[in-house]
Structure formats: C-alpha cells, structure tokens
Design a protein around this ligand. Structure first.
Ligand code: HEC
Ligand code: HEC
Ligand code: HEC
Ligand code: HEC
Ligand code: HEC
Length: 484
C-alpha cells in the first residue's frame, strides 16, 4: 500500500461522510460567520467601540452571528453522522479503515490544518461567548433593546445618581449562579416581549431581586457613618406669587460610631441584627408583624393593633428580611409626583417663580391625560402659552425666554415620569423613603406596632429627624446657617 492510499484511506471516510449537504451548509455557515464576526471585531478596535455601543447591530454581531457560527460547527459532524447512519442502514458503509501513519508529510500537514482550524474556532468561540456575555450585561442592551418596555426605568435611571452604574450591578450582582438565573428568566422575558404578553406596568417590587448584600453593598459600606444630613425642602403654593414654604430637617442617617449603632442606618443595619416582617400585599405596604433580632440573638415581635390579619393570612403573606431596598426602593428609578418635580425645578431655578401662577398652571397641565407623549408635549406648550396670552400678556412681552424655559422643563418632567405605552403615570411606582406621599417608614413606625411587653416601634417626630423649620416662608434658621 503506498502513502497516497494510506492517507486517502484515512481521509476517505471523513471526506466521504463529510460530502453531504448538511455538513457543507455547516462549513459555509461557520466560515462565513467567523469571517464576519472577526471583521466586526477589527472594525470595533479601529473605531474604539465596545460591547453595547450599537444596540441593534449588537444583537446581530454579539448574539445571532455567534449562534450561527456554533450552529455551523454542530452541523458539520451532525451531517457526517447522519450519512454514516443512513449508509450503514443500507449496508453501503465501507468497513475497512486503514492504518494511520503519522510519519507521512501530507498527512501531517492535513492534521496540522485541522488542528489550526480547531484552535482558531476555539479562540473565536471563547471570544464570542465572552463578548456576548459582556454585551448582554451592557446598559444599552438592558435599557434600550426592548425600547418601550424598559423606557420608564431606563429614562429614570439616566437622570439618577446611579446613571454610571450598570443595570446588572444592582439586578444581577457578582457570581455565576445569579448570572445563569438572570439569563434563564431573560429568555422568558424575551418571549413575553415577542408575544406581547408582558405586564404593563412592569410590576414592582421585583419578587426575586438579589438581596442588597450582594449588590448595593458592593459599593456602599452599610456600617459607614453618614451622621446627620441637612435637608432643605422647598414647596411652592398655587397662588399668583408661587409663595415658597421651606422645611428644614436634620435627618439622622447615622451609622456605626464609637458609641455603637446610631440613627436610621445604625438601627436597621447594625452588624448581627436583623429585622424581618410579614407583608400582606404584593407591594409590601400592609405590614402587620415586624420582628427585631438584636446582635445577641434576642428577638422581639411587634404586632399592629390597627391591621387585622388571620393566622392563615399571615402564613400566606410575604416573609421578608429587611434590607436597603425596603427604604431605598427607588435609588435609581426615581419617578416623581408632579408637585414634587415642579418644586424641585423651581427650587433650582429651572422654572422661574416670577411667572405668575406657574405652579398652579404647570401642575394642571401635568396632571391632564394625554393619549401619547408627542401629543402631551405639544398640548403642554400650547396650554401654558394660551394661559399667559389671555391672562398675562405682559409675560409674553417681557418674559418670553423664561416662559419658554419653563415650558421645556414642564415637558421634560412629563417625559421623565409618564409613559402611556407602559401604563406608567404619576404615582404608579411607590417610593418608600419618607412618609408624606406613601406610608413609607410609617408602615412600621406608625405608633401602632406594639410588642407583648408594651414596647412600640417609635413614632415621635424626632426619632428620625429634627425639624428645624416646618413650612415657613424664609425660615430664620437658614439665615443663621448662612444659607440665605
Ligand atoms: C442602583 C441600583 C440599580 C440600577 C443601577 C438599576 N436598577 Fe432597576 N431597580 C433597582 C431597584 C432597587 C428596583 C426596585 C426593586 C424592588 O422594589 O423590588 C428596580 C426595579 C427595576 C424594574 C422593575 C420596575 C420598577 O420600576 O420597579 C425594572 C424593569 C428595572 N429595575 C430595570 C432596570 C434597567 C433596565 C436598568 C439599567 C438601565 C436598571 N434597572 C438599573 C435598582 C437598580
Ligand atoms: C457600582 C457601585 C454602586 C452600586 C452597586 C450601588 N450604588 Fe448607590 N451610589 C453609588 C455612587 C457612586 C453614588 C454617588 C453618586 C453621586 O453622588 O452622584 C451612589 C449614591 C447612592 C445614594 C445617594 C443618592 C442621592 O440622592 O444622593 C443612595 C441612597 C444609594 N446610592 C443607594 C444604593 C442602593 C439602595 C443600591 C442597591 C440597590 C446602590 N446604591 C447600589 C454607587 C453604587
Ligand atoms: C430604615 C430605612 C433605611 C435603610 C434600611 C437604609 N437606608 Fe440609606 N438612608 C435612609 C434615609 C432616610 C436616608 C436619608 C436620605 C434622605 O432623606 O434624603 C438615607 C441615606 C442614604 C445614603 C445617602 C447618604 C448621604 O450622605 O447623602 C446612602 C448612600 C444610603 N442611604 C445607602 C444605603 C444602603 C446601601 C443601605 C443598605 C445597606 C441603606 N441605605 C439602608 C434610610 C434607610
Ligand atoms: C419593616 C418595618 C420598618 C420600616 C419600614 C422602617 N423601620 Fe425603622 N425600625 C423598625 C424596627 C423594628 C426598629 C427597632 C425598634 C427598636 O429599636 O425597638 C426600627 C428602628 C428605627 C430607628 C431607631 C429608633 C430608636 O430606637 O431610636 C430609626 C431612627 C428608624 N427605625 C428609622 C426609620 C426610617 C427613617 C424608616 C423609613 C425610611 C424606617 N425606619 C422604616 C422597623 C422598620
Ligand atoms: C421613622 C422615621 C420618621 C418619623 C418617625 C417621622 N419622620 Fe418625617 N420624614 C422621615 C423621612 C425619611 C423623610 C423624607 C425626607 C426626604 O424627603 O428625603 C421625612 C420627611 C418629613 C417632612 C418633609 C416632607 C417634605 O417633603 O417637605 C416633614 C415635614 C416631616 N417628615 C414631618 C414629620 C413629622 C411632623 C413627624 C412626627 C409626626 C415625622 N415627620 C416623623 C422620617 C420620619
């Protein structure tokens, strides 16, 4: 037997079995997608892009083409195996496989070629998987791929203190098991979007959000001593002069000090302590039972005297360990109510308080119902313009720049908070930090959560903050602090 026959004999089954439409399609798919993918990577390097820069192109280059590449790799052996199976069934399969002789150069070259191709395929495969994962973890992918669905959360996120923190740092956190979990639930969500069966609005709280320990606490140190924070909160009345009322609070955020746990963070987050509660509703607003366990393991249970619940209701309720999210449930998707948003804009000068009745009029246009966002923008502008044209022509004459700026701001407030396509409107998402617009802290600190020994979860106004001024026009304390 000469060498040609030997090599031929060795390669013949491969070539023979590989010569089938399925394997050929596989080879074409793998080669062409590999070339395209590598070309895109080079393009990315030249343009200095990165995963997630191109939201839609990304789906093609990071997810679909790598999938085609892998499909091709799988089709090649699959076609050969299928052909072998068929031939064997027909009794046409060659039975003699010749001896393999590696001393022969042509065989060595053929083997080298196959090895290099395999090595390249492994490199392309691992790089593509890494890039695919990176892409799926990018803010662009999470925030903009399913544009309408994520628009409310993405918009609020962009205007929040966490706008430079990736979605996955709060929603997934480190570790492989949560990554896999999130991707599995992601598949379900993709189907919900494809078949348009997703809920509007997206429900909150998220039932299986990862506990804060593995997300928030990767950046924020819970024992850090924040101390007291001075809060100056301006509100504006709906009168002609938009009279301001100022509340000045010293918020006792506290933390861990030499004297032990202090203030709000200190009492809720002290090492070794734990607060658990039972909520009767999915929004976690109705809390009949709270248990506080101190560092020594001693626990005390507070029961609400105002919420009636049967043992069955309690057993069926959500049992939860309190963490950052029970107070800071809107650290980044911070939707505002129209009054608060206007007060904020007026306090920071984006809406001039010298425009007569601007608070009252802006509030009315914000609260009105509009079929969609473009319509809202134009009606907000025309309604406010008409009001000043008919009631205060001097504003149109002398303050048109201020009016234009105010209108733009009112439109922006609407755009950041109301999303008719997702049924998200004012107050859809509850904010638990505080007690003015929603029960918030008072879900537990309402003075009616009492323990068997008579101890009450404290409710006096100075437990959480000292009130230095309450709804005053020009409070004296701000002058004393040199803040006016
Ligand atoms: C700073 C942390 C943080 C970041 C960053 C973050 N989220 Fe969230 N997200 C939260 C918290 C906290 C909740 C509310 C969870 C709860 O109450 O159970 C939430 C809730 C949501 C919800 C459910 C609806 C709602 O408003 O409660 C969606 C959808 C969502 N986030 C999407 C995103 C997307 C998309 C991004 C990136 C563009 C992102 N999140 C970035 C912390 C974060
Ligand atoms: C990747 C790091 C990172 C993660 C994760 C993170 N944060 Fe933050 N957070 C920051 C940074 C940085 C700031 C300061 C932003 C600034 O001052 O502009 C901040 C600010 C805050 C503030 C102050 C906001 C304000 O109005 O000034 C709160 C409250 C907060 N984070 C809560 C949370 C909560 C709750 C979570 C978990 C759901 C969380 N953070 C997760 C980095 C992070
Ligand atoms: C019992 C409710 C509660 C819990 C639990 C809680 N916080 Fe806070 N936190 C507050 C309040 C109230 C403030 C004051 C903010 C305000 O009023 O504007 C605050 C303020 C902050 C600030 C801003 C401090 C500053 O200097 O501006 C950060 C950051 C923060 N919290 C992070 C966290 C993190 C991270 C966790 C979880 C480890 C957490 N908080 C748990 C109630 C809470
Ligand atoms: C799920 C129930 C619950 C919620 C919601 C809650 N707390 Fe508490 N809080 C407790 C319990 C339980 C204690 C411990 C009571 C004790 O020390 O006997 C406590 C203690 C405190 C203390 C220390 C009181 C003291 O003894 O000096 C402060 C301050 C405080 N909470 C502030 C807040 C603030 C601010 C909020 C809202 C942002 C809030 N809490 C929301 C359950 C809650
Ligand atoms: C369990 C803690 C807690 C108790 C008790 C408490 N507050 Fe507050 N209060 C808060 C928090 C948290 C905020 C939110 C501050 C912010 O807007 O960042 C707040 C905000 C306020 C504000 C400012 C609201 C605004 O938007 O102008 C006022 C006024 C106020 N509280 C009054 C009171 C009064 C009066 C009492 C006594 C009946 C009281 N609080 C008891 C925690 C508490």
């Amino acid at each position: 037997m000469n060498w040609k026959e030997q090599v031929g004999g060795w390669l013949r089954p491969l070539v023979y079995l590989g010569r089938n439409p399925i394997s050929l399609i596989g080879a074409v798919l793998t080669t062409s997608s590999a070339i395209t993918i590598v070309a895109f990577w080079l393009f990315e390097i030249v343009l200095g892009g990165g995963a997630g820069v191109y939201p839609y192109a990304g789906i093609l280059f990071y997810l679909i083409l790598p999938a085609v590449f892998i499909l091709g790799l799988l089709l090649m052996p699959a076609g050969a195996l299928l052909r072998r199976y068929r031939l064997r069934k027909q009794g046409l399969l060659p039975t003699i496989y010749p001896r393999v002789d590696f001393t022969h150069p042509l065989l060595r070259r053929a083997t080298a070629l196959i090895s290099v191709a395999t090595f390249l395929n492994i490199v392309i495969f691992t790089t593509a998987s890494y890039k695919g994962v990176q892409y799926m973890d990018s803010v662009r992918f999470c925030g903009t791929t399913c544009h309408t669905v994520m628009q409310p959360e993405y918009t609020a996120y962009l205007h929040s203190p966490h706008s430079r923190v990736a979605c996955v740092q709060c929603h997934i956190g480190p570790g492989a098991s949560w990554f896999v979990r999130s991707k599995l639930s992601g598949v379900k969500q993709v189907f919900a979007v494809l078949f348009d069966t997703y809920p509007r609005p997206i429900p909150s709280p998220i039932g299986d959000l990862r506990p804060a320990r593995a997300t928030c606490e990767q950046c924020h140190w819970p024992q850090r001593f924040e101390g007291n924070i001075l809060l100056v909160l301006n509100h504006y009345e709906e009168d002609e002069a938009n009279t301001s009322d100022t509340t000045v609070l010293v918020m006792k955020v506290g933390g861990q000090s030499a004297n032990g746990p202090e203030g709000i963070h200190g009492h809720h987050l002290a090492p070794g302590t734990k607060i658990t509660y039972i909520a009767l509703d999915t929004q976690r607003q109705v809390i009949p039972v709270v248990t506080y366990t101190d560092a020594s393991g001693k626990s005390i249970t507070f029961r609400s005297t105002s919420i009636k619940a049967t043992p069955q209701q309690l057993a069926a309720g959500e049992h939860r360990v309190m963490d950052c999210m029970d107070c800071h449930n809107r650290p980044t998707h911070t939707f505002q109510l129209p009054g608060d948003a206007l007060d904020d804009a007026m306090q920071h000068g984006y809406i001039s308080t010298s425009l007569p009745y601007i608070k009252r009029e802006a509030l009315a246009v914000l609260k009105a119902k509009y079929p969609n966002r473009p319509d809202a923008r134009s009606r907000i502008a025309s309604t406010l313009e008409n009001f000043y044209k008919t009631q205060y022509p001097q504003v149109i004459a002398k303050q048109s720049a201020q009016l234009r700026q105010a209108i733009q701001r009112v439109q922006a407030i609407y755009s950041r908070n109301v999303f008719p396509a997702m049924d998200v409107t004012w107050g859809t998402y509850i904010n638990n930090l505080g007690h003015m617009n929603w029960p918030g802290c008072f879900r537990c600190h309402d003075g009616s959560h009492v323990a068997a020994n008579g101890q009450v979860i404290p409710n006096d106004c100075s437990t959480c903050h000292d009130i230095l001024a309450m709804s005053e026009h020009n409070p004296k304390v701000l002058n004393e602090l040199g803040m006016k």
